[in-house]
Design a protein around this ligand. Structure first.
Ligand SMILES: Nc1ncnc2c1ncn2[C@@H]1O[C@H](COP(=O)(O)OP(=O)(O)OP(=O)(O)O)[C@@H](O)[C@H]1O
Ligand SMILES: [Mg+2]
Length: 320
């Protein structure tokens, strides 16, 4: 369904606050999440991610500020908000003792589907999420990755306009994380807006169009990945050499020319150097050529989100 907010925002918050005793878990958060996109909320443990999600999903009442979902106020129009959102929590809701099929059929029935329609939807989702073989097994026998997939399946039985995914891949192995990422992409391709919280920078980098970095209940940076990376300034040049035996010399040479950090990569022919701009990268490559070091490929890159995150949290220091 198309967004109803005139500005095309699935979520807008202004000065959102949640206080638990002495803790300002969410301390004046402003967000604007464009409809139809994956929006990443990135932050360390205790940053306030889950608390933001719970307020937006109408599970917690804000103590200050306001939040609208598709133009509807999460407190005054909570029912309208609830009808359009779905939440896959950090701690999920399927019944451990039921099988995969039983869980999905039960939940689909609760959502008002007829028995045949519920069965069909359950089978369809189990197939799409690679769980057909495990459909008749109790969920308590599922691995962490299977469990996470059935949780997401349960939350999209009815395609929601807005899906909250609270740390959907925490604790999963790389293969399972990839499967969840594919699912997220498929969900968005169907028109659902996804608000994804994560502690993983690479996850936000891969999935999200815009990212808010939160720490101690505050948004400390917001923007597209490019904007966030550009805000940190320098970039990097990634070089692959023809001959691994030349790498030590290349590292030494570049460190001298660039006056920046140069690090060998795990790949024995590769290295990465910090550069201020494309020109210094070009000079560095010319220097390697002069020394007879053969470069197979090179790529200019922006800093990683890891670097952005460290720079942001360093700048702000600990304010709590
Ligand atoms: N029900 C609660 N009662 C008291 N304090 C709470 C409650 N829920 C959250 N907090 C506190 O609010 C702060 C933010 O918690 P929140 O769960 O939102 O963080 P988070 O970013 O989701 O962290 P994580 O990555 O560990 O899931 C923390 O200091 C937490 O201890
Ligand atoms: Mg959390």
């Amino acid at each position: 369904m198309s967004p109803t907010d005139p500005a095309g925002h699935a979520i807008e918050t202004a000065g959102l606050v949640k206080v638990f005793g002495e803790t300002r878990a969410v301390d004046g958060v402003d967000l604007a999440v464009p409809a139809g996109t994956v929006y990443g909320v990135l932050g360390p443990n205790g940053a306030g991610k889950t608390t933001v999600v719970k307020m937006l999903a109408t599970l917690l009442r804000p103590d200050g500020g306001e939040a609208r979902v598709f133009g509807k106020d999460v407190v005054r129009d909570a029912d309208a908000v609830r009808s359009r959102v779905s939440l896959t929590g950090q701690y999920a809701s399927v019944d451990e003792d039921l099988t995969g099929t039983e869980n999905l059929v039960l939940l689909a029935r609760l959502l008002g589907h007829s028995r045949p329609a519920a069965r069909e939807r359950a089978a369809q989702l189990l197939e799409a999420f690679g769980l057909s073989a495990a459909a008749a097994r109790q969920v308590k026998q599922y691995s962490g990755g299977m469990r996470r997939r059935i949780d997401i399946a349960a939350s999209i039985l009815n395609t929601p306009d807005l899906l909250f995914l609270d740390e959907p891949t925490t604790g999963l192995d790389p293969r399972s994380r990839n499967q969840v990422w594919e699912i997220v992409r498929a969900v968005v391709a169907q028109g659902t807006t996804v608000l994804l919280t994560t502690q993983y920078l690479d996850e936000a980098d891969r999935l999200a169009s815009r990212i808010a970095v939160i720490d101690h209940g505050k948004v400390i940076a917001e923007g597209t990945k490019g904007e966030l990376k550009a805000s940190v300034g320098s970039g990097s040049v990634h070089v692959r050499l023809r001959d691994p035996a030349q790498r030590d010399e290349a590292v030494r040479l570049l460190a001298a020319v660039l006056d920046e950090s140069v690090t060998p990569d795990p790949d024995p022919v590769a290295l990465t150097a910090r550069v201020d701009d494309a020109r210094s990268a070009a000079e560095a490559l010319a220097e390697l050529a002069r020394a007879g070091i053969v470069v197979d490929t090179f790529a200019l890159g922006q800093p990683s989100l890891d670097e952005v995150f460290l720079a942001l949290t360093d700048d702000k220091g600990v304010t709590a």
